[in-house]
Design a protein around this ligand. Sequence first.
Ligand SMILES: [Zn+2]
Length: 199
Amino acid sequence: MYEGVVQDLIDELGRLPGVGPKSAQRIAFHVLQADPVDVRRLAHALLEVKDKVRFCAVCGNVAEAERCRVCLDPRRDLAVICVVEEPKDVVAIERTREFRGRYHVLGGAISPIEGVGPDDLRIRELLARLADGSVTELILATDPNLEGEATATYLARLCKPMGLKVTRLASGLPVGGDLEYADEVTLGRAFEGRRLLDV
Ligand SMILES: [Zn+2]
């Protein structure tokens, strides 16, 4: 539709999640008209995040070192692990200030439709963390939708025989939604009211 580099930019932007062809075009023309200093800063931020940020060797959260900020914090309770789908869920839960344990980021949820099975998630790494018996409670904070529920049930069946207390966030979270979209108060309450999972 457009010449060379402009179309390349639109194509690249269009590959980003949530950016449709119209938005891609709008962003591309915004970039064309923007101050070169601003564009350079954006390009720099994109490159820096790929160079400097990696995933925590323990929990899978984003980290600027081998371990993330939460795993490095000696004040965090080692006996409780909160299992989430994505690093952005860690941010959402941290905002509530309700949780003082550590996290485990799965990297998604079980979804037969999208071809995501248990082996595609960081479940083996979770079991390895539970092996020494120092963790006593596992909070399953996967999203309150079909895939999140299926993943929570799968994990509960897997982990309960290990003698752990396995809990799920209380209802009240918008069903079918994403954890990250829940407001702090609702998410905080869901944490306080978490219930034991019967599987
Ligand atoms: Zn970590």
